[in-house]
Design a protein around this ligand. Structure first.
Ligand code: ADP
Length: 267
C-alpha cells in the first residue's frame, strides 16, 4: 500500500503560473528542473501527434490526392491524433486550474454517491465496449462531504476509467462507498470511495511514481487506450485541495485498489 497524500498540501512542481517563493537554493533549483522537465514533456507529447498530422496532410495533398480509400483511412487517423491533442490540452488546463485553486478549500456540501453514480453513467459506453461490469456498493444512506462537485466528479471518473482501461476486458470493477470513522492522520471521519479492479495490477516499485505527471508504467498501453499520463496527477491535486487521502494498493496479477477518503467536517 502506498499513501500518496500525507501532507495537507504538497508544494510540488510550481508548474503553470503558481508563484512559490523558496529561500532555499536547492529547492529553487529542483523546482526549476521540474518545470523544465514538465515543459519538455508537454512539448514532446504535443509534437508526436502534430508530426503525424503534418505527415498525413502532406500525403493527402500530394501522393494520395486522388486516392479515395487512402483519404478515408488517413482522415480517420488524423481525427484520432487531433482527439489525442485535444484531450492532452484539456488535461493540462485541468491541472493548471486545480493547482491554482489548491489552497482554497471547497466548502459546499456535495453528495458523493450522486457524483460516483454520475461518473459510472458517463463511462457506461466505455464499460460496454470493454465488456466490464461496474458494481457500486453503498454502505450508508448519506455520503455528504464538503467539496467541489466538478473536481470530485473528475476524480471518480479518472479512477473508474483507469480501472476499466487497465482492469482488462470481461472483468468486474467494484466501487465501494463507506464512512471511515478513524482515518489516521485525517483527524475526523471521512467518506471513503474505493475503486477496485481485477486486472494485471501494478508492480509495487512503481506505486510511488504513479501520480507524477506523464508517468506511465506501460506507455504503449496507455497511449493505445488514449491516456495522457496526467489523470492521476490531476486526481492527486484535487484530493490535496480537499485535504483528503489517496491510497493505492496493488498486487501483480490480482488487480489494484485506489482508495480516496474525503473529510466530512467543513473547513
Ligand atoms: P494514463 O492517461 O496513462 O492512464 P494516469 O495518470 O491515469 O495516466 O495513470 C498513470 C499510469 O498508472 C497509467 O499509465 C498506468 O500505467 C498506471 N495505472 C493507473 N491506473 C491503473 C490501474 N487501475 N491498473 C493498472 N495500472 C494503472
Amino acid at each position: 500500500t502506498y499513501l500518496v497524500t500525507c501532507a495537507p498540501v504538497t508544494l510540488e512542481t510550481p508548474g503553470t503560473g503558481a508563484i512559490i517563493s523558496f529561500n532555499d537554493v536547492t529547492l529553487r533549483e529542483e523546482a526549476g528542473q521540474m518545470r523544465r522537465d514538465f515543459v519538455a514533456n508537454v512539448s514532446h507529447e504535443l509534437r508526436t501527434p502534430l508530426t503525424a498530422l503534418l505527415g498525413f496532410i502532406e500525403t493527402l495533398s500530394g501522393a494520395a490526392k486522388d486516392d479515395a480509400a487512402a483519404r478515408t483511412r488517413f482522415l480517420e487517423i488524423m481525427e484520432t491524433e487531433a482527439t489525442r491533442m485535444n484531450r492532452l490540452v484539456g488535461d493540462l488546463l485541468s491541472l493548471s486550474r486545480v493547482e491554482s485553486e489548491e489552497r482554497i478549500r471547497p466548502n459546499d456540501m456535495v453528495d458523493v454517491e450522486v457524483l460516483v453514480r454520475s461518473a459510472v453513467q458517463s463511462l457506461s459506453a466505455l464499460a460496454l465496449a470493454e465488456n466490464v461490469q461496474i458494481v457500486v456498493k453503498v454502505d450508508e444512506s448519506s455520503m455528504k462531504a464538503p467539496g467541489d462537485s466538478d473536481q470530485l466528479l473528475q476524480v471518480f471518473t479518472n479512477l473508474i476509467e483507469n480501472a476499466i482501461k487497465y482492469g482488462g476486458r470481461n472483468k468486474t470493477v467494484e466501487v465501494n462507498l463507506s464512512i471511515s470513522t478513524n482515518e489516521n492522520s485525517l483527524r475526523g471521519p471521512g467518506v471513503r470511495v474505493e475503486v477496485i479492479d481485477h486486472g494485471a495490477g501494478i508492480d509495487p516499485q512503481y506505486l510511488p511514481r504513479l501520480t507524477e505527471r506523464f508517468y506511465r508504467v506501460d506507455s504503449h498501453r496507455s497511449r493505445e487506450m488514449g491516456g495522457t499520463g496526467l489523470g492521476l496527477a490531476i486526481v492527486k491535486h484535487i484530493i490535496n485541495r480537499h485535504r483528503g487521502r489517496l491510497r493505492i494498493s496493488s498486487a501483480t496479477g490480482e488487480g489494484s485498489k485506489f482508495s480516496v477518503v474525503l473529510p466530512i467536517r467543513k473547513a
